[in-house]
Design a protein around this ligand. Sequence first.
Ligand SMILES: NC(=O)c1ccc[n+]([C@@H]2O[C@H](COP(=O)([O-])OP(=O)(O)OC[C@H]3O[C@@H](n4cnc5c(N)ncnc54)[C@H](OP(=O)(O)O)[C@@H]3O)[C@@H](O)[C@H]2O)c1
Length: 230
Amino acid sequence: MSPTRILITGGGRGIGRAIALRFAEPGVKICVAARTSAELDKVVEEIEAKGGEAIAAQCNLRDHGSIEAAVFRAVDFFDGEMDLLVNNAGIFDVKPLEECDPEFIQRHLEVNLIGAMQVTQEALAALREASNARVVMINSTAGQQGYPGSTVYCATKYGLRGFADALRLELQDDGVQVTTIYPDSTDTTIFDGVDLELDRSAMDKPEDVAEVVWRCATGAETRTDVPVRG
Ligand SMILES: NC(=O)c1ccc[n+]([C@@H]2O[C@H](COP(=O)([O-])OP(=O)(O)OC[C@H]3O[C@@H](n4cnc5c(N)ncnc54)[C@H](OP(=O)(O)O)[C@@H]3O)[C@@H](O)[C@H]2O)c1
């Protein structure tokens, strides 16, 4: 059965938007959360155009109060039960370690790791209320192998993988499943301004990642750790 009450962080563009649109259909309620209201509002309209119901929850993952408010808003919209939480929001940049100042490190940890932990914490009661809930972490191949120039990003994604592995065990008797998805390079705005030579046309598309999330959430894919390629 496909989930009908879904919270997606970073749902305003890129992979998060594609996931939202993959699930959007009549009977489905989706809350998209991120900082940029204009992008969220547009995705809400796109979801509604496909017959789904949606709300935008403006949220900065670097601010715990903002996370609390956004998840509260989502859970209220879902009448207390959440079937699917997608921890998708993330940031990426490439820099040698000696150029990663404390703010850079702090920002990456807060958005990519601490934010996902806190969103999950806030959503736990509503996930437990649903009969067959799932948490999906949008990780990265950088959560499985190191890349030069990506020490901080890799550390956040390895951290996210550890969080997911422990959470899966912690929730195994609660009917809440935890899945980690590992996208390869995907053509989104995450690469805007990043100092890398890239062939965006060779990258995966956000819809490729969304399809994997769909397969996991509907039971067609049963692995706990799922690559997007292969
Ligand atoms: N694209 C790739 O090649 C690739 C590969 C592997 C894994 N991933 C992972 O996939 C996920 C989505 O990335 P993407 O490629 O779709 O990136 P994107 O196009 O840049 O979208 C990132 C989303 O995260 C949100 N976000 C960023 N900072 C935030 C904050 N402080 N608070 C709340 N939301 C915030 C952004 O919205 P606002 O800026 O409006 O807040 C946006 O909606 C990330 O976790 C990324 O690490 C991407």
